[in-house]
Design a protein around this ligand. Structure first.
Ligand SMILES: Cc1cc2nc3c(=O)[nH]c(=O)nc-3n(C[C@H](O)[C@H](O)[C@H](O)COP(=O)(O)OP(=O)(O)OC[C@H]3O[C@@H](n4cnc5c(N)ncnc54)[C@H](O)[C@@H]3O)c2cc1C
Length: 215
């Protein structure tokens, strides 16, 4: 595990609450899907890497959480500020052999889309589908990163996306659990628990259900 000081190279504001911080990479080796730990003062938080394995920088996608300690402080930082970074950590990664044999379904709520962007920037993935769920249309975080036919955007509080409702509802009404698919679930625990239970009840092997819980 490496620990280093990393300068903020760029801040991109994606919505009222969400932004991307681009950081110096310092040759950190990581696998798409892994996360780093960012330390500020005496506190630290995990952030999935949003950039790809071959990008010369690191990026994280952060939602400023109301009353959240670290995400609010991160939002106040700007280009040139220095962060303490440690990593990489985590096992939410793609196995090359499996990806050749099976289809991949990525399901993300909110900033849970971060590891999936790292996947698609890192590999030439042909057989994936991404369901991204947010509350509002303005939370379509850089959707141009994904093949338009592979992305289904679900918004729970507005229409105008592909589906009005939660991604779990989209899955239950439009898709069928499939033993030839590996399911990657990332974001809030409610979605992960509901989807895992739904898939396991329909005989999907728990080994084919991978998850990364943000909160
Ligand atoms: C492995 C891992 C990877 C993560 N990757 C990301 C990432 O890529 N981007 C990202 O924004 N966050 C990510 N998180 C969440 C992140 O680590 C922090 O928990 C989050 O930024 C809130 O920290 P805070 O100090 O601002 O809030 P805190 O003061 O720690 O918590 C305030 C409250 O907000 C809740 N909360 C935390 N996150 C959210 C959220 N996104 N939406 C609504 N409520 C929330 C907490 O449950 C808590 O009740 C990840 C967490 C883990 C475990």
């Amino acid at each position: 595990m490496e620990k280093f000081k990393s300068k903020i190279l760029q801040k991109r504001v994606l919505s009222e609450y969400t932004f991307v911080l681009r950081l110096e990479r310092h040759n950190l080796l990581f696998r798409a899907g892994q996360y780093i730990i960012v330390e500020l003062g005496n506190e630290s938080r995990e952030y999935s890497l949003y950039s790809g394995e071959k990008d010369p920088y690191l990026e994280i996608l952060v939602r400023r959480v109301e009353n959240g300690n670290i995400s609010r402080k991160l939002d106040q930082l700007s280009e040139g500020d220095i962060l303490d970074v440690e990593g990489p950590y985590g096992f939410f990664v793609i196995n090359d052999e499996e990806a050749k044999e099976k289809k991949l379904l990525f399901m993300a709520t909110g900033t849970g889309i971060a590891p999936f962007r790292s996947f698609v920037r890192s590999f030439n993935l042909l057989d994936y589908q991404l369901l991204h769920g947010t509350r509002y249309l303005t939370e379509a975080y850089e959707h141009k990163s994904y093949h338009p036919q592979k992305l289904i955007f679900c918004t729970s509080r507005e229409n105008g996306s592909h589906f009005q409702g939660r991604i779990t509802d989209y899955f239950k009404t439009h898709m069928k659990p499939d033993a030839n698919t590996i399911y990657y679930l990332c974001g809030n625990s409610e979605m992960i628990e509901e989807m895992s239970a739904h898939l396991e009840d329909r005989d999907i092997d728990p080994f084919d259900i991978r998850s990364e819980e943000f909160f």
